[in-house]
Unconditional design. Structure first.
Length: 164
């Protein structure tokens, strides 16, 4: 997906302070906010800038927030791509950073092939390729993984490897 419109293509609609949300049987799944958005009906695409998405858990409380410089949403599937300084911050304190990721709405999963850093309670994990739920509770790296883990006694353990 590319957020660059074709030469001469004009959006069908442009708005400021854009909002969209997704529910499942009345339960809020996520709510997206954007500083501005442009809708291209011929591509079923919404291109947004100044993006924030709040994800909600089974308890109906906000569980994490994604922010990015820009994003793109398929207006039919609600699959999304976030680009530029992408950060997911959970309410439990885990923080994930990358330059680009995709959110697969039906599966409620995020994924990327880009470099990712995860900070959790002082531990740092980095690697290329990543898949997770939006709450960052069930995640995996795909390759070139490095972990810096702090032990209970205050020591530090570093490990490198490849996962499959």
């Amino acid at each position: 997906m590319s957020s660059v419109p074709a030469a001469g293509e004009l959006p069908d609609q442009e708005v400021s302070d854009f909002e969209a949300s997704e529910t499942d049987q009345g339960a809020l799944q996520w709510k997206m906010y954007a500083r501005s958005a442009a809708t291209y009906r011929s591509r079923n695409t919404v291109i947004a800038t100044g993006l924030r998405i709040d994800f909600y858990g089974d308890d109906r409380k906000r569980s994490s927030t994604l922010t990015a410089r820009e994003g793109e949403m398929n207006d039919l599937t609600h699959d999304m791509t976030a680009r530029g300084d992408v950060v997911i911050q959970t309410t439990e304190g885990t923080r994930m950073t990358t330059n680009q990721l995709q959110f697969l709405n039906k599966q409620q999963r995020i994924q990327t092939e880009a470099f990712v850093r995860v900070d959790r309670r002082g531990d740092v994990l980095t690697g290329w390729g990543f898949e997770s739920d939006p709450d960052l509770k069930d995640f995996q790296f795909k390759r070139q993984v490095k972990a810096t883990v702090h032990t209970r006694s205050g020591g530090r353990l570093e490990q490198r490897g490849t996962t499959r």
